[in-house]
Write a protein that binds this ligand. Structure first.
Ligand SMILES: Nc1ncnc2c1ncn2[C@@H]1O[C@H](COP(=O)(O)OP(=O)(O)OP(=O)(O)O)[C@@H](O)[C@H]1O
Ligand code: SF4
Ligand SMILES: [Mg+2]
Length: 350
């Protein structure tokens, strides 16, 4: 018997024109012996096909926990999701059965983690691990699976893929292993990839190569990509838009170039000022004063107030909503929002 919800849902064959993923007012908390850790406190973001969203923020701001909630890989308990929706093609994954969710995970939404070495099985050849995706999900036989593994290794530009398909993870360099992780994520042709600090463990030149490859494949397959990072420099060239997180909230959203040129939140300003610049060699690097908040006791009002150079009395009592950023004449700037009472001043003065 079909329900009202079923009837309002788009049929499977119909092309979906809305965002691939739409996270709405997501809250995640951890119930620990010390109290409730409020890791995610009302996150909203969305990603369309062919779009790259970078999620930026200091350590502990809730970037990974949000991603784990989307993937459905949080251990519950201790984690709980007291509020929010995670819409995949318009349907709330939090209301899906385990079976439905399992079909989306890995097949429709894939994740790349920071540490390839601990994500790959050290005792199995990489080609076997790639081929396993096809054996398990597509019913391929060994020969087909091996051919697919070589094709994928070629795709992510592993030199001499045919000869290396039998090699073990430790026989590859860090950059090559991260390419194998990208190949794993791509294997089942997902709609969306979430890459959580995919290049943090690599040195700078290799970082750029892996990031370029990821961006190129994302464009080629017209996938959505969520790039999680605490390094603004890494995502500048590849992201379309940025969501800045602080204490489990999105404090600023903007198209990538607008954010660099004119930040509308003092925290973003601080992050930009802490990037080392070639023309300022030798000068002392700016650092945002103080430490990220303890998520067991988030400061009342704006969570950033104890560290904010602009803080006023109101900031200590009221939580600033994510306001639409406008030009002086009141025209809304597309895709721009700031959770600061004084975004106008920040936008003007820097
Ligand atoms: N299982 C858990 N139990 C208790 N607290 C947790 C658990 N997992 C995560 N947290 C807390 O949730 C908060 C958000 O963590 P998260 O991993 O999302 O941060 P992040 O923004 O990804 O930081 P990083 O840049 O260091 O990866 C942190 O304070 C973390 O300690
Ligand atoms: S609301 Fe107040 S404390 Fe928060 S970022 Fe804006 S000025 Fe700073
Ligand atoms: Mg993280």
């Amino acid at each position: 018997m079909s329900t009202v919800a079923d009837q309002t849902r788009p049929a499977r064959e119909e092309p979906w024109t809305g965002p691939l993923l739409d996270v709405r007012n997501l809250h995640v908390e951890f119930r620990t012996r010390d109290g409730v850790v409020r890791a995610v406190n009302g996150v909203n973001y969305s990603v369309a096909a062919g779009e790259t969203l970078a999620v930026l923020g200091e350590s502990g701001s809730g970037k990974s926990v949000t991603a784990q909630a989307i993937m459905g890989i949080l251990d519950m308990p201790p984690a709980a999701i007291p509020e929010g929706e995670i819409l995949y093609r318009g349907r709330d994954m939090l209301k899906m059965s385990k079976e439905e969710r399992r079909k989306i995970r890995g097949q429709k939404i894939a994740m790349i983690f920071q540490d390839a070495l601990s994500s790959l099985n050290p005792v199995l050849p990489v080609g076997f691990q790639l081929g396993e995706m096809y054996r398990a999900h597509r019913g391929s036989n060994r020969k087909e699976a091996k051919a697919k593994a070589i094709e994928l290794m070629d795709r992510v530009r592993i030199p001499a893929a045919r000869e290396r398909v039998g090699d073990y993870p430790h026989q590859f360099s860090g950059g090559m292993r991260q390419r194998i992780m990208i190949a794993m994520a791509l294997a089942l042709e997902p709609d969306l990839i979430i890459a959580d600090e995919p290049t943090t463990a690599l040195d700078v030149t290799v970082q750029a190569q892996v990031m370029d490859l990821l961006a190129e494949l994302q464009a080629e397959y017209h996938m959505g990509l969520i790039l999680i990072t605490h390094d603004l420099g890494v995502v500048a060239d590849v992201a379309d838009k940025i969501a800045v997180m602080y204490a489990g909230r999105i404090v600023e959203t903007a198209p990538v170039h607008d954010l660099y040129a004119r930040p509308a939140h003092p925290y973003t300003r601080g992050l930009l000022d802490s990037i080392p610049r070639l023309d300022q060699k030798g000068q002392e690097l700016y650092a945002i004063k103080g430490l990220p908040p303890n998520l067991l006791r988030i400061p009342p009002g704006c969570a950033f107030n104890p560290r904010c150079p602009r803080a006023q009395e109101i900031c200590r009592h009221e939580v600033p909503p994510l306001a639409q950023v406008t030009e002086d004449d009141g025209t809304p700037v597309a895709g721009r929002g700031s959770a600061c009472f004084f975004w106008k001043e920040t936008l003007h003065d820097g």
